[in-house]
Design a protein around this ligand. Structure first.
Ligand code: NAD
Length: 481
C-alpha cells in the first residue's frame, strides 16, 4: 500500500492533515494507498505559490518549457506499462485501456512541448500612417484545473501540458477516486526541471476546500471536466468571483450512434460494442443511444446481443478481461437505478444488467442493452455513465437525424452507413462537436480539437492547437515611431 500524505506545493511535498483511501474497484479488499487530501489553507498556499511563480514563468524561454514538457512526455511513455497498471488498478478500465491512456498522456506532453516553440502573434498596418499594430498571445495567469475520475492521466495531461506550454502556472485538483495517477504524474513533473511554484497538486475534497480555487482572486481561469451539475456550479462561481474568471467546461454526453439499413452490419455492431461498453461505458463520448432503422433493426439487435454476451467482464488487470468493473459503489448504484428506471418506463432489458460475482469483490455489472426504447425515456435523455445502451427504432435517416439531435447534449455523434449522401448530410447537420462516420463515437486524436456543443460544453475547445484559445489571452499593441 502506498502512503503519500503530501500535496505538492511550491516545488516541495507538503504534508497534508487529511488523507483519502484509494480502493481498487476490481477488488475492494485491495487498498491501493492513502493519499493526501488538501485543506483550505494548503489550497491557498498552492494558489499563492503559483501566483508568485507566474511573472517569471510566463516570460521564461520557450526552449525551457519545451525541454521540461518533453522530459515529462518521454518519462510517461517509457513507464507506460507500470503507469497503465496503476491507472487500471485504481479506475477499473482494462490494462490495455489503461496503458493506451498513459500513451496518450505521454503524446500530449510531447505535442505541447512542440507547441511552446510555436506561440505566434500577428501584425497589421493601422489605418493611420506610420502606426503599426501587433497582436500578441500572452499567458492568462494562474489556472485552476479540475478533472474527473474516468481518465485519470489523459485529462490532467490535456489541461496541464497546454497550460504550462503557454506560460501559465497551475493549481491541479484531481478527482477523489483516482489520486494515485495524479501523484505519479506530479512526481514526473517534479523531476522534469519545472521551477518552484509553477505546478501544484492539491487533491482537495469538495466538502473541504471546494470553493477555494473558485473564490480566489489570484486564479485567472478554470478549466473543468466533469458532470453538467458540477459544471453549472463552477460557472456560477467563476462569474460571481471578482474579477470574473475565464472558464472552460467539458461535461456530459448522451451520444447517438445511428445505424442505417445500408450499414455494414458487422462493422456497425463493432462500433456499438466499442462505443457503448469499452471502458465500462464510463466515457463522456460513450454511445448510449443506438438509433437503428427498421430494416436492419432485428439483425443488428441479434448480432449485438450475441457480441455483448461474449464480452469478458472481470478484474481490470486480468489479461483476458474485455470490460472492467464500474468505478465505485455510488456509480454502481446509479447504473442499477437506471436499469430499474428503464424497465419501469417500458423499455425491454434484452441483455445483461446483472450484478456479477467474480474471484475478487468488485463492482461487476454485465453490459446491458435495452431495446424497444424511445427518445422520451429517461434512459435516452439522461447521462447514465455506465455499460448501458438503449436501442431506439426509427423509420428512416430523416427521423434518425431528428432523434439524434433531440437531446440537451452535443458531445459526439456517429453514423454507420455506406451512403456518401447520408454521411455527408449527417456531418453537416449533426448538432454535436465531434462527428464519427463508420467509427465508434469514442476515440479521438490527441492533436485534434475536442469538445461539444449545447449542454455538453462551454468555452473554447481543448486539445490540439485549439487549446491556445483558452490558455492565452490576446494583447493588441499600437506603436508609432
Ligand atoms: P463530477 O462533476 O462529479 O466531478 C468532476 C470534478 O469536479 C472532480 O474533481 C470533483 O471533485 C470536482 N467537483 C465536484 N463538485 C465540485 C464543486 N462544487 N466545486 C469544485 N469542484 C467540484 O464528475 P465525475 O463524476 O468525476 O466525472 C464524470 C463526468 O465527467 C461525466 O458527466 C462525464 O461525461 C464527464 N466527462 C466529460 C468529459 C468531456 O471532455 N466532455 C470527459 C470525461 C468526463
Amino acid at each position: 500500500m502506498q502512503k503519500i500524505n503530501s500535496n505538492f506545493i511550491a516545488g516541495a511535498w507538503v504534508p497534508s492533515v487529511d488523507v483519502l483511501k484509494n480502493i481498487n474497484p476490481s477488488d475492494t479488499n485491495d487498498v491501493i494507498g492513502e493519499f493526501a487530501s488538501a485543506a483550505v489553507s494548503e489550497t491557498e498556499q498552492a494558489i499563492d505559490s503559483a501566483f508568485a511563480a507566474f511573472p517569471a514563468w510566463s516570460r521564461s524561454s520557450p526552449q525551457l518549457r519545451h525541454d521540461m514538457l518533453k522530459n515529462v512526455g518521454d518519462e510517461i511513455l517509457v513507464r507506460k506499462e507500470e503507469l497503465g497498471r496503476l491507472l487500471s488498478r485504481e479506475e477499473g478500465k482494462t490494462l490495455a485501456e489503461g496503458v493506451a491512456e498513459v500513451v496518450r498522456a505521454g503524446q500530449i506532453f510531447q505535442f505541447y512541448a512542440g507547441e511552446s516553440l510555436r506561440i505566434a502573434g500577428d501584425r497589421l498596418d493601422s489605418a493611420r500612417t506610420n502606426v503599426e499594430i501587433e497582436i500578441a498571445r500572452e499567458a492568462v495567469g494562474v489556472v485552476g484545473l479540475i478533472t474527473p475520475w474516468n481518465f485519470p492521466i489523459a485529462i490532467p495531461a490535456w489541461k496541464i501540458a497546454p497550460a504550462l506550454a503557454y506560460g501559465n502556472c497551475v493549481v491541479f485538483k484531481p478527482a477523489e477516486l483516482v489520486p494515485a495517477s495524479a501523484h505519479a504524474l506530479t512526481e514526473i513533473l517534479a523531476r522534469s526541471g519545472i521551477p518552484e511554484g509553477v505546478f501544484n497538486l492539491v487533491p482537495w475534497q469538495v466538502s473541504v476546500a471546494g470553493q477555494t480555487i473558485l473564490n480566489s482572486a489570484k486564479v485567472a481561469a478554470v478549466s473543468f471536466t466533469g458532470s453538467v451539475a458540477t459544471g453549472r456550479k463552477i460557472a456560477q462561481s467563476c462569474v460571481l468571483s471578482s474579477p470574473m474568471k475565464k472558464m472552460q467546461l467539458e461535461m456530459g454526453g448522451k451520444n447517438p450512434l445511428i445505424v442505417l439499413d445500408d450499414a455494414d452490419l458487422d462493422f456497425a455492431i463493432e462500433c456499438a460494442v466499442n462505443g457503448a461498453y469499452f471502458a465500462t461505458g464510463q466515457r463522456c463520448t460513450a454511445s448510449s443511444r443506438l438509433i437503428v432503422t427498421e430494416n436492419i433493426h432485428d439483425r443488428f439487435v441479434a448480432g449485438l446481443s450475441e457480441r455483448i454476451r461474449e464480452l469478458v467482464v472481470d478484474h481490470a488487470l486480468k489479461a483476458d478481461s474485455q470490460m472492467g468493473p464500474v468505478v465505485d459503489q455510488k456509480q454502481f448504484d446509479q447504473d442499477n437505478e437506471y436499469i430499474r428506471v428503464g424497465i419501469d418506463e417500458g423499455a425491454k432489458l434484452s441483455v445483461g444488467g446483472e450484478q456479477l460475482k467474480r474471484g475478487t469483490p468488485g463492482f461487476y455489472l454485465s453490459p446491458a442493452l435495452f431495446t424497444e426504447a424511445n427518445n422520451d425515456m429517461r434512459i435516452a435523455r439522461e447521462e447514465i455513465f455506465g455499460p448501458i445502451a438503449a436501442v431506439i427504432r426509427v423509420a428512416d435517416y430523416e427521423s434518425a437525424l431528428q432523434v439524434a439531435n433531440d437531446t440537451e447534449f452535443g458531445l459526439s455523434a456517429g453514423i454507420c452507413t455506406t451512403s456518401l449522401k447520408y454521411a455527408q448530410h449527417f456531418k453537416r447537420n449533426s448538432e454535436a462537436g465531434t462527428v464519427m462516420v463508420n467509427l465508434p463515437t469514442a476515440g479521438t486524436d490527441y492533436f485534434a480539437p475536442f469538445g461539444g456543443r449545447k449542454g455538453s460544453s462551454y468555452g473554447s475547445r481543448e486539445q490540439g492547437r485549439y487549446a491556445v484559445e483558452f490558455y492565452t489571452t490576446v494583447k493588441t499593441a499600437y506603436t508609432t515611431s
